[in-house]
Design a protein around this ligand. Structure first.
Ligand SMILES: C[S@@+](CC[C@H](N)C(=O)[O-])C[C@H]1O[C@@H](n2cnc3c(N)ncnc32)[C@H](O)[C@@H]1O
Length: 357
């Protein structure tokens, strides 16, 4: 019987995710407890109604998880000479309980933690996937061809002798293994930070929203813009950008004629006319940033925003909750808020905000 959520996260942020899941599950009426070890890169949340909890807690609402799976079976103590038979037996037992049905899975993803120890399991995961996939097809568990609309079957290697069997719903999970999008640093990007904003647009907006909200000739303001990674991403979307920072911007951006550099304090500056997008990557206390971001929405200076909240403190989930609640309250309007610790975020989270439509 599924008895736990299994979530991948950034190694080192397990306590944050554990605290977040504990609080959110209790609020959703499905209390349970988290099993987490700092540095492991995952958290298990044990709850009797795990399937109902998975539905009550969409990934979109979880800040510190990169991926959310429903654990189907925990298989420690495997013999490396045959790991396939116990997996097949576990699936058969789940079928008896009515938890899985032949042909229900559209893809197999074999994964390992994104941690120092976990990365040593990358080769094993790849070769095991190649061995397991044909067996699953032969036994009728997997569709004959990959079908991205059906539930996925996940095999998570936690060690050479230990796998977790899990499933995810493609409509409520990350579309990338481990929840990590494959993004390459572009040679022309002024800084690695560009990847953060690219990932934010890929992760926090769906395809329809990207088509509607990222358009040619939109106006954008970039607070804390230097050296210009985020401005570059906005410019590549065809936007006209006002880049606010006392530091120097990369010349090539200014030469494009699409980026104007304003040397000013990002906490004081305001646009002459409302902009479509405001983005903010200023390194400051998160409460101060959340407060300023709320002012932008309250005053109607922007339609959408992406901003980072830096979290160098200890109680990072608590600080996150306080900042997001304060932000929403101070906007004085119903907001759609999606916050996530992205793969390219280190000690920070990224927030997408827009008035609810
Ligand atoms: C992490 S960097 C931004 C990187 C940028 N997003 C990129 O992609 O290249 C933070 C920037 O915030 C700027 N900053 C910090 N406080 C600021 C303030 N009060 N007003 C304007 N800029 C500020 C710093 O000068 C620094 O350039």
């Amino acid at each position: 019987m599924p008895d736990a959520l299994f979530c991948w996260c950034r190694a080192g942020f397990e306590p944050e995710l554990a605290a977040e899941l504990t609080e959110r599950a209790a609020l959703a009426g499905h209390p349970g407890y988290a099993r987490a070890e700092r540095g492991n890169g995952y958290v298990e949340f044990i709850a009797s109604g795990a399937r109902a909890l998975a539905m009550a807690l969409p990934l979109e609402r979880i800040v510190f998880a990169r991926q959310k799976l429903l654990r189907l079976a925990d298989l420690p103590g495997l013999n490396p000479s045959d790991r396939i038979t116990p997996i097949m037996q576990a699936l058969d037992a789940l079928k008896e309980q009515g938890e899985v049905a032949p042909g229900m899975f559209g893809e197999l993803w074999v994964e390992h933690p994104d941690s120092d120890d976990g990365k040593t399991l990358a080769g094993l995961s790849r070769s095991f996937a190649n061995a397991l996939r044909p067996s699953l097809r032969k036994a009728g568990w997997l569709s004959a061809k990959d079908d991205p609309r059906r539930p996925r079957l996940h095999v998570a290697f936690l060690g050479g002798h230990h796998v977790v069997l899990a499933t995810s719903d493609p409509r409520d999970s990350s579309p990338w293994p481990l929840g990590i999008p494959r993004l390459r640093m572009h040679a022309e990007a002024p800084s690695r930070s560009a990847l953060k904003l690219e990932e934010a647009f890929m992760t926090l907006l769906d395809e329809r929203e990207r088509g509607l909200l990222l358009r040619d000739n939109m106006q954008a303001a970039d607070l804390g813009a230097a050296p210009g990674g985020w401005s570059w991403v906005l410019m590549r979307q065809g936007m006209l950008v006002t880049a606010v920072d006392n530091g120097p911007m990369r010349e090539q951006l200014l030469d494009s004629g699409r980026v104007e550099h304003v040397r000013a304090d990002g906490f004081q500056w305001q646009p002459r006319r409302p902009v479509d997008w405001m983005v903010c990557d200023m390194v400051e206390q998160p409460r101060k940033v959340a407060d300023r971001m709320a002012t932008w929405f309250r005053e109607g200076w922007c339609k959408q925003a992406v901003f980072n909240l830096k979290l160098p403190m200890k109680k990072r989930w608590e600080e996150t909750r306080i900042c997001l609640e304060a932000f929403e309250l101070q906007t004085h309007r119903p907001m759609t808020i999606r916050a996530r610790q992205l793969y390219h975020d280190r000690e920070e989270i990224t927030v997408l905000a827009m008035p609810s439509r």
